[in-house]
Design a protein around this ligand. Structure first.
Ligand SMILES: Cc1cc2nc3c(=O)[nH]c(=O)nc-3n(C[C@H](O)[C@H](O)[C@H](O)COP(=O)(O)OP(=O)(O)OC[C@H]3O[C@@H](n4cnc5c(N)ncnc54)[C@H](O)[C@@H]3O)c2cc1C
Length: 526
């Protein structure tokens, strides 16, 4: 057995969730070891939709520009019925004024993993590839993981925390006896990455609904490259490996009734879908994130994005606790916040899937004959966009029920404690440009009646390295977004969710804010 490794955090699995967690821990200067049973990042396209919230997280890592350049923006969804496009939904600016990334980006999982892995390597860290988890054990003080590499060599890692980012079949989840309740959907799905000559333009998504089935084409970067997905309800009783590609291609042709010529199949897979989740994300010093904690139908393109969101939520909490700046109990809020999100996610994706494939006559009629017409007009309305975009893009995720959301004072605001910081411009620049540093931000929006400079200096002096204070003018757009016309202040957590918001502009609330108590010297503001 080789010499033992000691570190602060062990990350099991280097898929999108594990790599995203590694990137975040690098931002906070936390020591970690990350390993994966595979030989390298995936070369399969798998997840293809990258949501706006993920791009906002990428932006803080300096990765968003490259992601957008390498991907394709989903400009429209065309609904095909009987070989004809019956409705076109314009998606090009569906999130206008709601995010700096007001669209869904189509960028394969392999490219997302490459972006994150490059960041890890650029920062002098490495992934231990071809290294699998053999066993895990924990006491109240430490967690011990035994790993085995491709040559069969075993090694022990001791750490303060371990995060299982090891996917749907998670060894961490099994070894620590987490439950994984839910169901398996009684249908088979297929995915194919192809080169295809198709009569329609290459910048839109195309969907055909059958009585209980669907086929969708997603454009991928590169000439004639498409992702095709769909389901095979009539084949539910067959095994995944009994279905061959030619059968599926025939089905694609008969369902879409469109002229198309598939010249090359780069990846083809048939799979079953599960809708399951754990009932807790934490067991003492061990945590689960990503598919290890929740799996669901592909409806809405949420899985990879949610794993990246889990990692983003957990990293700053681990960092504060490891640096001795917050109580251990801060880590429990990872469980409450992300478990609530996972429950909501499974309910939404199950509902979307049901609507897309339910075979009762009325649902089918609405899906194929009413929806294409109504949706294209509805999506022109700001109100509809403002309802749909936050759900699908994950920008609407909030932690209003969290112990970290202090509601006293937020009664008169449209934005509540727990909400993500809304997007707006400050002097022509995205507000998020001012919020890139991995720390808390105390923001004062001033109507010009008072001078807050002295207060700012005091807060920054006493708040230490995990807090800054910034003063912004109360622009009309800000007043409208927050629903107030007078100066106010808010505390943003390092993940840009609001801790509290209030018309009272003083440091008092900072001293008692749950995750900041340890940051201030006793009585420093008195
Ligand atoms: C066809 C398809 C389409 C999809 N489309 C979308 C989409 O559009 N948008 C979206 O957001 N999501 C989508 N998803 C879901 C997405 O692919 C997953 O949610 C995502 O891969 C989860 O990432 P993860 O890092 O949590 O898990 P994984 O990607 O499964 O990574 C887990 C890693 O852990 C490693 N590992 C496992 N066990 C061990 C062990 N014992 N020791 C060491 N390492 C181990 C594995 O090798 C793997 O690299 C799609 C999935 C499929 C299959």
């Amino acid at each position: 057995m080789n010499e033992a490794i000691e570190t602060d955090v062990v990350i099991v699995g280097a898929g999108p969730t594990g790599l995203a967690l590694a990137c975040q821990l690098i931002r906070y200067g936390i020591e970690f070891v990350i390993f994966d049973a595979k030989a390298s990042i995936t070369d399969l396209s798998k997840a293809i939709a990258v949501q706006a919230r993920t791009l906002e997280i990428y932006e803080q890592l300096g990765l968003a520009e490259r992601a957008v350049a390498e991907g394709a923006i989903a400009k429209r969804v065309n609904v095909i019925t009987g070989g004809t496009i019956r409705g076109t939904l314009d998606l090009s600016n569906i999130g206008k004024n709601l995010s700096p990334f007001p669209f869904a980006l189509l960028l394969e999982q392999s490219k997302n993993e490459q972006l994150l892995y490059d960041y890890v390597q650029r920062n002098g860290k490495k992934v231990l590839w071809q290294t699998a988890l053999e066993s895990v054990a924990q006491t109240d003080e430490k967690v011990t993981a035994t790993i085995k590499n491709a040559s069969g060599e075993m090694r022990v890692i001791t750490a303060k925390y371990l995060i299982g980012c090891d996917g749907a079949k998670s060894a961490v989840r099994h070894k620590l006896d987490f439950t994984f309740e839910g169901n398996t959907i009684d249908a088979l799905f297929y995915v194919a990455d192809v080169e295809m000559t198709f009569s329609e333009s290459h910048d839109g998504i195309y969907v055909t609904f059958g009585a209980d089935s669907f086929v969708a084409f997603f454009p991928m970067q590169g000439e004639n490259r498409w992702r095709i997905v769909g389901n095979l309800p009539e084949e539910a009783r067959r095994e995944e490996n009994e279905i061959d590609y030619d059968e599926v291609e025939n089905k694609i042709r008969s369902e879409t009734q469109m002229p198309l010529d598939i010249t090359n199949v780069k990846w083809f897979s048939v799979y079953r879908v599960h809708s399951r989740r754990v009932d807790k994300f934490r067991d003492r010093l061990c945590f689960l994130a990503g598919d290890a904690a929740h799996v669901h139908t592909p409806a809405g393109g949420q899985g990879m994005n949610t794993g990246i969101g889990d990692a983003y939520n957990l990293a700053w909490k681990l960092a504060l606790v490891l640096k001795g700046k917050a109580e251990e109990s801060l880590l429990d809020t990872y469980n409450t916040e992300r478990l609530e999100n996972a429950k909501r996610l499974l309910a939404t994706t199950d509902r979307m899937f049901e609507l897309g494939t339910n075979d009762d006559f009325l649902t089918n009629f609405i899906r194929t004959h009413v929806f294409p017409f109504v949706a294209q007009y509805a999506l022109r309305l700001d109100m509809v966009k403002e309802t749909i975009f936050p759900i699908v893009s994950q920008t609407g995720i909030n932690y209003r029920h969290s112990a970290l959301s202090v509601h006293q004072g937020d009664e008169n605001f449209k934005v509540k404690a727990g909400d993500r910081m809304p997007y707006f411009l400050v002097g022509g620049t995205s507000v998020y440009e001012f919020l890139r540093e991995p720390k808390f931000h105390f923001l004062i929006f001033s109507d010009g009646q008072s001078d807050f400079q002295k207060l700012k200096a005091q807060i920054e002096n006493e708040g230490g390295e995990q807090l800054d204070c910034q003063i912004f003018p109360l622009y009309p757009r800000v007043a409208e977004t927050f629903g107030v016309n007078e100066s106010f202040a808010l505390l943003l957590r390092p993940d840009n969710h609001t801790g509290f918001i209030s018309e009272e502009i003083s440091p008092n609330k900072l001293r008692t804010y749950p995750a900041l108590k340890n940051a201030f010297k006793e009585d420093c503001f008195i």
